[in-house]
Design a protein around this ligand. Structure first.
Ligand SMILES: Cc1cc2nc3c(=O)[nH]c(=O)nc-3n(C[C@H](O)[C@H](O)[C@H](O)COP(=O)(O)O)c2cc1C
Length: 332
């Protein structure tokens, strides 16, 4: 594992070597094996709890991750949904996380207010992910430990405002006093250096990591990512106000066509957005259908690599970016 280059409030809070977080990837893309590889490379990863709906399967994943990291702390992504059944399931997930002594959670979706007391009582750090600074402010007021602000390039849910990470980072670091992570479109070390320079404490990557050797998704899909020039992502489901950045495949095109008609009834969308199409695509490598979370930062993924090699590349690039800045300064 590479030596530490930066010490920030996030590296200190999570006890990690590098200020690099790898966001949860559903449904079960970021599993124990991948998250352990991220943690062993010196970053922080998150197993997506929703990807393991059977509580015992989730518990198994957590135990597996603990084993693979030789007891190092790791994280879980918790999706906060407003639906009652989901809330019950969420409480059950939190109970398992506290029994298994998970170090931290990346919460996303709705407000974490309902689960915050239980997470705090269990000593689990809460990093709440939001797509705009205005939500980060509310989360900070609630008492989360850190906020993750993602910009418009982000795979998954970039929010409805369409604000870039380049704007979110300096804005959030001025407004938010608690530790701050910036994500969305990040996949290089020069972006890591710039993000720290803009006042953040860490970066969060998703799309760039999809070529990790440790991920179980089909090799053919990883090859598609390697070939991509980053122009093949699209934001859809705008008709439902659930903006979703995905690979621009047949399903995405069908959803975009519905958006264009002003459709707002979920039943019309259902045949194209069913989770089983997504899982099928990851399993078979046939990515023509399924809503596949995917952002333009795939352009930085030039080969299938183990996680620690990706980290080395990012850290070398950050070092070079800092040397460049010093050299530019020294010209005066
Ligand atoms: C395949 C994939 C699946 C994702 N699934 C989830 C998820 O289930 N929950 C979540 O909060 N974020 C999810 N995300 C978003 C990431 O955690 C992260 O916020 C985002 O990828 C960062 O932007 P980037 O892709 O530009 O690096 C997913 C991203 C990808 C690429």
């Amino acid at each position: 594992m590479r030596g530490a280059l930066f010490k920030t409030r996030i590296t200190e809070m999570l006890g990690i070597r590098h200020p690099i977080l790898c966001g949860g990837m559903g449904p079960s893309v970021s599993d124990a094996n991948y998250v352990a590889a991220v943690v062993n490379a010196g970053g922080m990863g998150f197993i997506v709890a929703a990807g393991f709906p059977d509580p015992e399967e989730l518990r198994e994943q957590l135990r597996e991750c603990r084993k693979l990291t030789s007891g190092k702390g790791f994280g879980v992504n918790l999706y906060i949904s407003g639906q009652d059944r989901a809330t019950e399931r969420l409480q059950e997930q939190v109970k398992i996380l506290s029994e298994e002594e998970v170090l931290c959670v990346e919460t996303s979706g709705g407000s974490p207010a309902g689960v915050l007391p239980a997470l705090r009582e269990a000593g689990i750090k809460v990093l709440h992910k939001v797509p705009a600074v205005r939500y980060a402010r509310s989360a900070a007021r609630l008492g989360v430990d850190a906020v993750i602000v993602v910009g418009n390039d982000s795979a998954g849910h970039p929010g409805t405002y369409g604000i870039s990470s380049m704007v979110q980072a300096p804005h959030a670091s001025k407004e938010i006093a608690i530790p701050l992570v910036i994500g969305g479109g990040i996949g290089t070390g020069r972006q890591l250096a710039a993000t720290l320079m803009m006042g953040a404490d860490a970066i969060l990557m998703g799309s760039r990591m999809l070529v990790s050797e440790e991920l179980w998704i089909h090799h053919r899909y990883k090859e598609l990512l390697v070939q991509s020039d980053g122009t093949d992502s699209v934001v859809v489901k705008t008709g439902l106000r659930q903006h979703h950045r995905v690979l621009n495949n047949e399903s995405a095109k069908a959803v975009a066509a519905l958006d264009a008609t002003g459709a707002s009834d979920f039943e019309q969308y259902r045949p194209h957005v069913m989770g089983k199409l997504t899982t099928q695509a990851y399993l078979t490598g046939d990515s023509r259908t399924g809503m596949l979370d995917y952002g333009p930062s795939v352009v930085f993924a030039n080969s299938v690599q183990p996680v620690d090699a990706i980290f080395d590349e990012v850290l070398d690039d950050a070092q070079q970016a800092m040397s460049r800045l010093e050299e530019l300064r020294s010209r005066y």
